[in-house]
Design a protein around this ligand. Structure first.
Ligand code: ATP
Length: 691
């Protein structure tokens, strides 16, 4: 795949993405964490890349969010979803859901959301998700006791690139290899031509070494698992918790899927691995490691044991010394060895025996090591007892070699096991992270009593596949629209529990009138939110919702006061563009009249409505000037109204659902009416007649 063909991926990002193992598949997978492994690509950019790949797959060039306010509503909706994630991954992954005008994209996202909403978010699973994070590649470990060797310049470059953990050495002949074998514990020769050579040391000819990294550098896998231990344990815990919830019947009806990796095998492998990537839990390796470390101390203690015994023996003994011996001792400084030998031979043997026994016991030496260890103390009598340094050194070398051989074998065995787990654990962690995405959607749907909306193909309406009910006038060939029943916006400034349900269906161009604070703006917000969420493929906060797929959502918030001439002209130009080719657009406009004086506003709004009506657009204009606009318009403008049911204790009681074809009375009218009722008299009565 041409990476540059993905919308939003330039040359620089494409170059970074090419560093990934399988760039095309990774980008397509939508796995934001995997994409973010490309150098210099953070998670936000990774989410954009994933979104671009989705757009490309669906051939989706749509830009549904056409205005700032529409984008704000999207951010609000996304925010509500993101608040319900546990992991950073899920937060970023949710950004790959965008409002689309592509039927296939919406269907794909809806299928995902429909599955997601089947979950019953279990608090124990959410807790378990806390520790899950995308897996990370640890920094390169340098392995110094092993090297790669080749006579080929290209192979050399390949080896350096693929196995940065090892030194790569150039060799010309067997002599060079023999030289390397003296400096490295083990040498891996990459060239076939050296097969069968006779070189001393741990030398292997392995032409496939670069393609079998688990064998060549088992340390790489060990470091990967050591680095990611906590994430892996957390992901395993998530799967187990889901499984447990399933068994106790807490979760949805479906049985939990088998985890992607064998969790017992994973735990077993991790138990053999230390934090720094070394092997643990092997008694023999621990014995050899301790023996090397404790050798000096054990030899010194063994010397003391022998000395103590001899000292005691000498002290308790009367030694008769012949005159000549005494003379030779005094005159020539002769050593007492001969004396010891003659007088205390038995005691000396016992002392040596004890020293050797101590050494063997303290270091827990194996039978094959005992022989050499016993030679540390030779039979030539001396006091104090002296070790044979060269034997100690040989013993150290042998124990260390045994330790290294054992460690290498265990590393290779563990790496082989880990190699098999590598793919599955990547999937295990990804599944856990994806579960967080699904649970966020499930919680959103539950928290806000959502439903999966019906999103219909606007071009298919005339063929009669618009469903039984139809959206407003959808099956009559008009521009379609939306129908919301029991919609409750979670973005309102009141507690969700206090939000009153709103029913509203629109199939063409409407003016929305109503009392102050009746909920007109909130209705526009609800419509925008439902449409945006629906086209993201997400559940919407309503009892029922259906809409025709919109190409663009143009939502204009109320302007903050009258505009100066320049800004007014710019706004008019915006609307000029908007009414051009408005088919497929949803237009939501809040009190456009505030941009200029009321008389001019009514004429301008009437003109815009006429143009939109001609285009069969779907539009809702909130206005307090409904009557004036109707008078200024050349056609019969449809007006809906949010009615006050009455004034109770000075407070308006409102029916939040707009009434179709009804011009709602304004707040001033209602107050005049109340005064006319309460006080009577001509003044209030006359005033009321003017409305
Ligand atoms: N469906 C609802 N349920 C509960 N409260 C609501 C609902 N709709 C609106 N409200 C409350 O009414 C307040 C006013 O709503 P909103 O701003 O939408 O009214 P408006 O008709 O646009 O007012 P104005 O005519 O002053 O612009 C909101 O801030 C909210 O507290």
């Amino acid at each position: 795949m041409e990476l540059e063909a993905i919308p939003g991926v330039g040359e620089k990002t494409a170059r970074a993405l090419r560093e990934l193992d399988d760039p095309a598949a990774t980008v397509e997978s939508g796995d934001v964490a995997a994409i973010a492994r490309a150098p210099g690509v953070n998670e936000a950019r990774a989410a954009r890349v994933a979104r671009g790949a989705i757009r490309r797959r669906h051939d989706d060039a749509s830009r549904v969010l056409a205005t700032d306010r529409a984008r704000e509503v999207y951010r609000g909706a996304l925010g509500l979803l993101k608040e319900r994630t546990v992991t950073d991954y899920a937060e970023k992954r949710l950004e790959t859901f965008y409002p689309s005008a592509s039927a296939s994209r919406i269907a794909e996202a809806q299928a995902f959301a429909a599955e997601a909403t089947k979950h019953d978010p279990d608090p124990a699973v959410l807790d378990a998700l806390e520790g899950v994070e995308p897996l990370e590649d640890p920094p390169t470990v340098r392995v110094r006791d092993r090297c790669l060797a080749t006579a080929d310049a290209e192979e050399y470059a390949r080896a350096e690139a693929r196995v940065p953990e090892l030194s790569v050495e150039t060799v010309e002949d067997t002599r060079d290899i023999a030289e390397l074998a003296r400096s490295y514990a083990s040498v891996i020769v990459l060239d076939e031509e050296f097969a069968g050579m006779d070189v001393e040391g741990d030398v292997h000819v392995r032409p496939d070494a670069l393609s079998t990294p688990a064998e060549t550098v088992p340390e790489r896998l060990l470091a990967f698992f050591a680095e990611n231990r906590e994430r892996l344990e957390a992901a395993a815990a998530v799967h187990e918790t889901v499984g447990a919830a399933d068994r106790t019947g807490d979760a949805d009806g479906d049985a939990a899927p088998e985890p992607a990796a064998d969790l017992d095998a994973l735990r077993d492998a991790l138990s053999r691995l230390d934090e720094d990537g070394t092997i643990v839990g092997d008694a023999e390796l621990e014995r050899l490691t301790a023996a090397v470390d404790d050798l000096d101390t054990a030899v010194s203690t063994a010397e003391s044991v022998a000395d103590d015994h001899l000292r005691e023996a000498i002290r308790e003994r009367d030694v008769t010394i012949e005159g000549t011996d005494f003379l030779s001792l005094v005159e020539q400084g002769a050593r007492v060895d001969s004396l010891l030998d003659r007088e205390l031979a038995d005691e000396y043997d016992t002392a040596m025996g004890r020293a050797r026994e101590h050494l063997v016991d303290a270091l827990e030496l194996a039978p094959e090591e005992v022989d050499l260890a016993e030679r540390v103390f030779d039979d030539d009598p001396s006091f104090p007892v002296e070790r044979d340094e060269s034997t100690v050194s040989r013993l150290r070398t042998e124990l260390a070699a045994g330790r290294d051989r054992r460690a290498a074998r265990l590393k290779a065995e563990l790496a082989a096991d880990l190699g098999e787990l590598h793919g599955p654990v990547e999937e295990l962690v990804r599944d856990a992270l994806e579960l967080d995405v699904e649970l966020a959607i499930a919680r959103f749907a539950r928290d806000f009593d959502c439903v999966i909306p019906e999103v219909r193909d606007p071009d298919g309406r005339d063929e009669g596949d618009a469903g039984d009910e139809g959206v407003g006038g959808a099956d009559d060939g008009s521009s379609g629209g939306f129908r919301i029943e029991g919609g409750r916006s979670p973005l309102l400034d009141v507690d969700f529990a206090d939000v009153e349900p709103v029913d509203y269906a629109v199939d063409g161009v409407r003016l929305l009138s109503g009392v102050n604070s009746g909920g007109k703006t909130s209705t526009l917000d609800l419509v925008a939110l439902v449409v945006v969420l629906a086209q993201m493929g997400m559940p919407v906060p309503a009892e029922e919702a259906a809409l025709d797929r919109f190409e663009e959502v143009h939502y204009y918030a109320k302007s903050q006061g009258t505009l100066d001439a320049g800004a007014f002209e710019a706004t008019l130009r915006d609307f000029g563009d908007l009414v051009e080719g408005a088919d497929g657009r949803l237009v939501l406009v809040d009190e456009l009249e505030s941009i200029t004086e009321p008389g001019a506003s009514a004429k301008i709004i009437a003109g815009i409505l006429e143009a939109l009506d001609d285009q069969d657009a779907v539009a809702v204009f909130v206005s307090h000037l409904a009557r004036e606009i109707r008078e200024a318009a050349d056609y019969d403008v449809a007006v809906d109204g949010i009615e006050a049911v009455g004034l109770v204790d000075g407070e308006l009681r409102v029916n939040r659902s707009p009434r179709e074809g009804h011009l709602a009375r304004s707040t001033p009218e209602l107050i005049v009416e109340k005064l006319a009722d309460d006080r009577g008299g001509d003044f209030y009565g006359d005033l009321l007649e003017k409305f």
